[in-house]
Write a protein that binds this ligand. Sequence first.
Ligand SMILES: C[C@H](O)[C@@H](O)[C@@H](O)C(=O)CO
Ligand SMILES: [Mn+2]
Length: 598
Amino acid sequence: MAKSRLIGSYPVIGIRPTIDGRRGALDVRGSLEDQTMNMAKSAAKLFEENLRYSNGEPVKVVIADTTIGRVGESAACADKFRKEGVDITLTVTPCWCYGAETMDMDPQTIKAVWGFNGTERPGAVYLASVLATHAQKGLPAFGIYGHDVQEADDTSIPEDVKEKLLRFGRAAVAAASMRGKSYLQIGSVTMGIGGSIIDSDFIESYLGMRVESVDEVEIIRRMTEGIYDHAEFEKALKWAKETCKIGWDKNPEELQFSAEKKEEQFEFVVKMAVIIKELMNGCDNLDPAFSEEAIGHNALAAGFQGQRQWTDFYPNGDFAEAMLNTSFDWNGAREPYILATENDVLNGLGMMFMKLLTNRAQIFADVRTYWSPEAVKKATGYDLEGVAKEAGGFLHLINSGAACLDANGEAKDENGNAVMKQWWDITEEDQKAIMDNTEWCMADNGYFRGGGYSSRYETKAQMPATMIRLNLVKGLGPVLQIAEGWTVALPAEVSDKLWKRTDYTWPCTWFAPRCDGKEGPFKTAYDVMNNWGANHGAISYGHIGADLITMCSMLRIPVSMHNVPEKDIYRPAAWNAFGMDKEGADFRACKNYGPLYK
Ligand SMILES: C[C@H](O)[C@@H](O)[C@@H](O)C(=O)CO
Ligand SMILES: [Mn+2]
């Protein structure tokens, strides 16, 4: 599989088996060595078998050389972990240990502690004690304590413990993967959209990333001076000509470009995609004269201005945006890029959060329209059913460009269900089905005077989905909104009527949030939209709200709105000290701890 060229380490998980240090005639420590180290090995195996980096490789896990009974062993472990690039630690124990001596004191690591629920030794008592010490020292840690007592020789991991360990692991790997990578802004503010006014301080202090910025003229320079991988471009163009189904031209006759011009624009937009890829990740195949350009911007995510100026004059960036966000291209299945359109950096970061959590391609969309049951009935005669009916209507998610093609739902799982797969599972058959169900229509001349193409598809299947929005509020800082729900499969004639009332040549997804009918932002789909923080949403396959909540607590980004069941909310133990109202406590705790990289 094609590998991305992101430079910089991926976060390593370090397991810290802690133990009661007492020797003497009964040798308490000696009696616990095997059980303690076996816990560490079980946890390491669980992580290695279930967690992957965004490049598809299994997460690397290291275990301390010895169990940790006194501070000298804590220091030796910290030293080893520093050398191994450990960003995340899990302390495990079946017994009492001396918290302040054995805890992970590294302010930069993301921490969890698993106290074995076996009553022979007080592992749970250590857990409670060391979590209190973590709170006292301003080093919040996640606590894991199994619900049911286990036999002392039981090395299995109960399901509830597994769920917390893996949620912690996925969120911590996602959060720590951002460290040291770049967000690349191509162009600048788009049509006055606030989300495209980049806030470097937020990206640096909350995410540990840096902001890179290039003017869009850099794309023209590279085209003009041939600063791109020519073989890659030829391969991309050949693939695109064979694979992209050209749709129709909706523009008035007098504004339509000639066949030659359209052909020229198609080559232009494919070359844009190759060049933006190389801007993000560099390229080993450039002419040696371009050794500077070969380095790239080490971008984990990027944004393209997308509208306007460029699009008033040049063919648009929709092909580049759509293809880079998709789980494959002319090189086959590969790690999806994150490329936001309209330079909405906040939406691009939301897409990045969910790509890192799921290793799936992401959708960028306008939260365009709420359709009530009454409005749908009036416009189409159709009575809502299923999830759309339960949500009291649905939302039209549609934006030109940066919606991954995976979202047309043409990839199928082993049972034939529509799915947006983790990128390494995408088959040739999936790729063909996805491309066969995508058209590339001429760009709307009203919005894109410079021409180009827009990807067009409809998400025809019902799939679980999560829509988020990262907002910046002056005086408060970053907040995240989360709406779990489902894509809606509307009857073709109903979808067509509604879609035709707006941008019929753009990618279209109907979305029904999970609503509860109670007063508040999740009463109906209308309330979700009416409370949404901006014009855009980032949408992922799956119900991943709980993972997002855990990851946001690691990043100290409070969650201002969500429909995740309370039982699934998992944050550092110290959050409990900030009150019983989970949302308020989250705000107070995030404010108290502040950004990780301040
Ligand atoms: C009308 C604007 O040109 C479109 O881009 C609009 O649909 C948007 O996406 C604004 O976010
Ligand atoms: Mn938009």
